[in-house]
Design a protein around this ligand. Structure first.
Ligand SMILES: Nc1ncnc2c1ncn2[C@@H]1O[C@H](COP(=O)(O)OP(=O)(O)OP(=O)(O)O)[C@@H](O)[C@H]1O
Length: 246
């Protein structure tokens, strides 16, 4: 099977400092992958490159079938071709209901003209209810998003990304600030989501990564240091050294 995302020999230098160093990475169409690594390993910069926020100095980044050269696209175009990104802090519209947030996210799929005067039709309402059930907010559709717990806001934002039907979802530290119950719900949600699309989770919380039970890529100094199951990579002496040697 050909990869959905292929990063080949990518390097980025900020003011003479090489944050990403000849990085190669690939992910399959329906795959869940965790990216771990110490502070400054290049995890955020990697996501910035894939989403078009940062331009690498060299290397290639290809996405989809047939492959599209992501480095030729603007950030907004990359979002449109099916790459969604969830930042660490939830950015939902707090003064709007859960339903309206999901409805606006669905609307974003449409052309600017179709979006004018848009009102959710029966099919959209069905889709919104389906997403709400998927993210565990089916009983909260009429609530204002600002009233939701931190975890619920995170799920709503994941739902808003799902409304746009991305092929690849990048999720930055989803477990931060969540209760244990919320973490378990989030693990289930990400595992289910990755059955139909690729999901890359950047996470510091090893217990959370363990529960994802997926392949792990360890980044260090802008390159891949190790790859495999969590137990495999955490037994790797190089990985132990970069974590303990800080
Ligand atoms: N715009 C920038 N200008 C200068 N240096 C930068 C810039 N962005 C990132 N860096 C540096 O590049 C390196 C990699 O940063 P990055 O944020 O990608 O690491 P990270 O793995 O996400 O770290 P953390 O786990 O702390 O979030 C760091 O040393 C950082 O200081």
């Amino acid at each position: 099977m050909s990869a959905l995302l292929e990063v080949l020999g990518v390097s980025v230098t900020f003011d003479g400092f090489r944050a990403i160093n000849d990085l190669s990475f690939s992910i399959q169409p329906a795959e869940l992958r965790a990216i771990i690594g110490p502070n400054g390993a290049g995890k955020t910069t990697f996501m910035d490159i894939v989403t078009g926020k940062t331009r690498p100095d060299s290397g290639r980044v290809q996405f989809g079938t047939p492959p599209v050269d992501l480095l030729r696209l603007r950030e907004s175009d990359i979002a449109k071709i099916g790459i969604g990104r969830k930042f660490q802090r939830p950015t939902v519209f707090e003064a709007q209901t859960v339903f309206d947030n999901l409805s606006m996210a669905l609307k974003n799929e449409r052309s600017p003209f179709a979006a004018l005067g848009y009102k959710a039709d029966r099919r959209d309402i069905g889709r919104i209810e389906e997403i709400a059930a998927e993210i565990g907010l089916a009983d909260h559709l009429r609530r204002l998003s600002g009233e939701l717990s931190h975890g619920q806001k995170q799920w709503l934002e994941i739902g808003m990304l799902l409304a746009q039907d991305p092929q690849l979802l990048l999720v930055d530290e989803p477990a931060a600030g969540m209760t244990l119950g919320e973490r378990e719900h989030t693990t289930d949600l990400l595992v289910r989501t990755a059955k139909t699309r690729a999901v890359i989770v950047v996470e510091h919380d090893m217990e959370f990564v363990r529960r994802l039970a997926c392949p792990v890529t360890v980044l260090h100094e802008g390159s891949v240091l190790a790859e495999g199951s969590l137990s495999h990579v955490t037994a790797n002496p190089d990985v132990i050294e970069v974590y303990l040697g800080r």
